[in-house]
Design a protein around this ligand. Sequence first.
Ligand code: S3P
Length: 180
Amino acid sequence: MNPAPNLVLVGPMGAGKTSIGKRVADRFGLVFVDADQAIVERAGATIPEIFEHAGEAGFRERETAVLRELLAGEGQLISTGGGAVLSADNRALLRQRGFVVHLGVSVEGQLKRLARCTNRPLLQRPDREQVLREMAQVRTPLYAEIADLSLDTDHLMPPDATLRLCHLLAIRWQRQETPA
Ligand code: S3P
């Protein structure tokens, strides 16, 4: 089974972390936890409200505090926000307390999936494509740095991505259990 206390999903906005995460958690009997949702509950404010009142820096502080709290637990599938990997402390913690899965998606895929999205403050700008490309440049190496496993979701609907990921996890975890 999962060699780490938690299963963690990282990856850019629109990669399917929440939709795939809920399904994979069900399959493996893990408690699904959305880190963004936990931030909202603890702050008593929406993500756009947090960005408006505390700025991105204030949001990132809350994000780190919530990740620390959640990762102290176990048996969870934790879906993280796309920017969670920006902090070296977060990355160290995610690796320590999680088996990390990187869900990938191209900028073209993000533009399609997020076309109607209004609740991601970093995307509420006219130059959305440019913003996403710059984010990908900075963040893709950081996702890769901490990932135990990666899956590109570009051409997969959530049910198919779930099947694929469950299969890859089962193989990996079985291999880790088998004595050399
Ligand atoms: C962010 C991604 C969002 C959320 C916040 C910032 C980012 O989460 O944490 O809007 O910096 O990429 P999702 O990746 O779940 O959309």
